[in-house]
Design a protein around this ligand. Sequence first.
Ligand code: 6MZ
Length: 350
Amino acid sequence: MMNNSSEILNSMPKAELHAHLNGSLSLSTIQKLIDLKTAHHCEDVHNLESIISKLCDEKHNKTLDECFQVFKIIHQLTDSEKSIYIATVDVIKEFAKENVRYLELRTTPRAIDGSIDTYVNAVIKGIDDCRKEKIPILVKLLLSIDRSRGVDVAKQIVDLTISLGHARNDVVVGLDVSGNMAMSNITDYFPLLQKVKDAGLKLTVHTAEVRNDAEAEAILRLKPDRIGHGTFISPSLIESPHLLNLLMESNIPVELCLTSNLVCKTVPSYQDHHLKVFLEHGIPFSICTDDKGVFSTSLSQEYLIVSRTFNFTLSTMWSFSWKSLDYTFAAQNEKEDLRKIWKEWEHKNE
Ligand code: 6MZ
């Protein structure tokens, strides 16, 4: 295989398994949504514009709490069917442009005109239209629970996930649990999460993004299909190998988001990222972006960072991308089709 470079990693087929819709908006989409508000004579748009450009500045390191404030601002821009549709289409096309050939988008439905169905239908319409336009990317959707919003809101989202997981099982594949970990007790949500599992849908849970060993253990014992981050499971950050052993036994794949963790200061440096420890312990993982807009990154950029930080060859990087296909929530026949694309690229670049 050729040498690693940003061009070659850009051309390599990749699978994105952890992308929050509203965190993935590029500045050009944000500008489009601001213009949409201006056209509708919404107040405070200039104020919004200056806040957003400051918050999206890549050099502006944020704590995780500050990130949750950024999301609140972005949510003011995606508050109508039209803006949610635009956001979805733009994000899909941007990922497709950097050869992400499989995208699992996740988003937390908010009520539009009193209905969360309206929000989700706008996202699904965006996905369907990209499919009709033959954008070369397979897109699936996970609905997210924001754990800071309480169990009653979560219940509505779970019910919608289950009904769409049947009616639109070509798109809606499961549920994600995200949001501010500090603001709730995860076990309150377990009966709902079990309901999703019992309905045969997939489950991924943000786990140990900040340190909470008891919570991380409870989530691992629930056995979600994947977990997000898994930072404070790593023995490089916590003294006891107990959680790492549990993760190894369960063989749950982990969605790793290096820039997100670095910017939010949950890992001290790229070199200290737990990807290396997880690799050494045979823990399955997938390289992801988390919020490509808020963290000014792309999936190709994350691959480049991993290859440069740990000195991995192109064929190692390709194998990371190849293995992520196993961890997707796509159907078996879809995975087979994707594997053909990956193999074709490998042969061309041998
Ligand atoms: C936890 C996160 C997150 O759902 O409105 N979200 N939750 N940790 C993170 N690490 C940085 N990044 C994003 O996208 C934005 C929402 O995703 C979750 C938060 O709940 C945020 O409000 P959607 O499309």
